[in-house]
Structure formats: C-alpha cells, structure tokens
Design a protein around this ligand. Structure first.
Ligand code: NI
Length: 171
C-alpha cells in the first residue's frame, strides 16, 4: 500500500536552512522535501542503532551546545552527575563566544550510555550529539576494565604495535 504523504510546517533558523540547502545542492537533490525525508530516515536509523546494542561499551560522546541557553549548563551538569558512574573523563572546549564542544569518555552498559546521550540530545540549546562506542568484549580481563571505570583520565602507553596500556589516575 502506498504511504500517504503528509504536509508539515517546520520552523528552522535561516542559517541552518541555508547550510542544509548548500549540502543538498552539492549532493544533487532535486527537491528539498526529498532531502528532508532522507534526513529523517537517517535520524531514525541513528536512533535505532543507538538502542540496538547491548552489553558493556567504551567510547566517546561529543556534543555542541550554546552555553548562553538559559539553564542549560546547570541542566547538563545535573545529567552528568546523575551519570557519573559511566563518565571516565570530560573535555570542554570553548569554540567561540557562545558555543561549547564537550567530549565525554564513557565506559558502562550500552543502555546507560545511550540513555545518557539521549538525555543530553533532547535539551534545547544542544545542537549536536554524536556517540561513538565499541563493545569491550575483546578488550582484556574484566578486572582491568573494572579498574578503568574508576579512572578520571587516560594516558595511553603503547607497549607494542597492537596493545595500549592505559595509565589511570584515580580521583
Ligand atoms: Ni565553553
């Protein structure tokens, strides 16, 4: 059965729209509607792949946000404190007068990590959240992984061409 087409009205900041238009022109889309449909499909795919994985993971979550958004910093800090047990370390970079880039190194269950990322994603003033995670299944003994969870920072040492030895700093 043919899916019915619905018309919707969406408010988009002009800079965001013109950046989108530039990309879709470059890619050769014939209509903005088709590009938006593809963007929505990609968004749904991201959501599914975030929720599908299970087990223990390590990785990074990066987010870009406007620190002038009222209440946002304290909200994000609260969310990070609620998830302190999975955050190994955080890097904060002041991109320009209003925008911040934050990188959270995470280690924990897939459910906790995706829950943490999604909670930050839905806040207004947060523009981008990207998650890159890998399962820890093949990453050495579980004792060593338990120790890593307690660390606040890594300094990688490369004992040989294949393995890294994290030097942990306890807080
Ligand atoms: Ni900043």
């Amino acid at each position: 059965m043919e899916d019915q087409l619905m018309r919707i009205g969406v408010s988009i900041p002009s800079r965001l729209l013109s950046a989108f238009d530039n990309v879709i022109n470059e890619r050769g889309y014939s209509s903005r509607s088709e590009a938006i449909r593809d963007a929505i499909r990609g968004y749904l795919l991201d959501y599914e792949s975030l929720g599908q994985t299970e087990g223990e993971q390590i990785g990074v979550i990066t987010l870009v946000y406007n620190h002038e958004q009222r209440g946002l910093i304290s909200l994000l800090t609260d969310i990070q404190h609620e998830n302190a047990k999975i955050i190994t370390s955080t890097v904060h970079i002041h991109l320009d007068p209003t925008n911040c880039l934050e990188i959270d190194v995470v280690h924990g269950s897939a459910t906790d990590i995706s829950g943490f990322a999604e909670k930050m994603m839905i806040q207004s003033g947060v523009f981008q959240v990207r998650t890159f995670v890998i399962p820890t299944l093949s990453l050495g003994s579980s004792d060593q992984r338990a120790n890593n969870t307690m660390s606040v920072g890594y300094q990688d040492m490369h004992p040989d061409s294949r393995n890294c030895q994290p030097k942990t700093q306890k807080s």
